[in-house]
Design a protein around this ligand. Structure first.
Ligand SMILES: N[C@@H](CCC(=O)N[C@@H](CS)C(=O)NCC(=O)O)C(=O)O
Length: 326
């Protein structure tokens, strides 16, 4: 269940797969860039000047793509400069909403749904209403809704305003990071969705094969290593981590990615726990939202919406923050 915006109208949708039984992720619609001085982004994207309390980040704690941006925000220590709203974990016929629930932080503009924010930005908007959304309060527009780009701009944009000095996309490592990202994106981050939403046996099996061949490749690559690239924390780690954190609790069962668990791959498991237990990261992990979202929202693959009790996992996560102290 979910929906899509067509010329600004919200239309509910039943299935996640196309006619070939394949899951197709649509490109994100808003691609502006935050820069220190408002200059255009690295590829000439429309620039927005980084300013404290000018922007707002809409996320779901359940979503692995939005989770990337929460991790960057915590690692850079920019929580006060960049406040957040958190959706309810259930995504049904209205898509993401701000209905009341533990951990939900409503929209300060008062929209009850995330698609309301897309419609506010552009009354003729087309496409999915996805999280994350980086919103500009000044122009009342969406700066960007592509997580890979939001994390890349957050690593530098606020440095002149007191962000912590951490560069997750250092010049010297870019080509290696890009290479790892490319494989991890297609076969792992999006790979679990392509397996889980497949509506043909053959499509499912192909995607599972690609996924586990990449996980084995990562397992080898992490032998004796704490990070994927350059022995330092980069965006390649953050992008992989948010999928790993959901794997044993959700993708293994709900998306039928059950060849092995992450807990059975010693290097990946050690690597995942090492990153997850960093205090900044631990505070962003909310397994209740994660499990509640997938098992409760995708009724085509889990018709009862029952959320499994296990597995027992210990990421050292913090309790859910309430609206006042997120
Ligand atoms: N390419 C986007 C993908 C974001 C995305 O697909 N988010 C999902 C949640 S995990 C979503 O909001 N889906 C809404 C929908 O399908 O209607 C990104 O990385 O930012």
């Amino acid at each position: 269940m979910g929906g899509v915006l067509k010329d600004g109208e919200w239309v509910s949708e039943e299935s996640f797969a196309n006619e070939e039984g394949r899951y197709d992720r649509q490109p994100s619609q808003f691609r502006g860039w935050l820069t220190a001085d408002g200059a255009p982004g690295p590829d000439g994207q429309e620039g927005f000047k980084a300013e404290a309390d000018r922007y707002h980040l809409y996320v779901s704690y359940a979503c692995p793509w939005a989770h990337r941006t929460l991790i960057l925000r915590a690692l850079k220590g920019i929580e006060e400069m960049l406040p957040i709203s958190v959706t309810h974990w259930l995504m049904r016929d209205q898509g993401w909403t701000f209905h009341e629930g533990p951990g939900v932080i409503p929209d300060p503009m008062g929209h009850e749904t995330l698609h309301g924010i897309y419609q506010h930005a552009d009354p003729k908007v087309n496409g999915k209403a996805t999280v994350p959304v980086l919103w500009d309060k000044k122009t009342e527009r969406i700066v960007n809704n592509e997580s890979s780009e939001i994390i890349r701009m957050l690593t530098r944009a606020f440095d002149g305003l007191g962000a912590k000095p951490l560069d997750t996309y250092p010049d010297a490592l870019r080509s290696e990071i890009d290479e790892v990202n490319e494989r991890v994106y297609h076969t792992v981050n999006n790979g679990v969705y392509k397996a889980g939403f497949a509506e043909k046996q053959k499509v499912y099996e192909e995607e599972v094969e690609k996924l586990f061949s990449s996980l084995r490749w990562l397992e080898d690559r992490l032998e004796g290593e704490d990070y994927l690239v350059g022995n330092t924390l980069t965006e390649a780690d953050i992008r992989l981590l948010t999928t790993l954190l959901r794997f044993d609790a959700v993708y293994y069962g709900h998306f039928k990615c059950n060849v092995t668990r992450i807990a059975d791959m010693p290097n990946l498991h050690r690597y995942m726990l090492g990153l997850a237990r960093m205090p900044e990261v631990a505070g962003t992990i909310h397994l209740d939202h994660i499990k509640g979202h997938y098992y409760g929202s995708h009724r085509s693959i889990n018709p009862t919406g029952i959320v499994p009790v296990g597995p027992e996992l210990d990421f050292g996560s913090a309790p859910l923050p309430d609206a006042g102290n997120a």
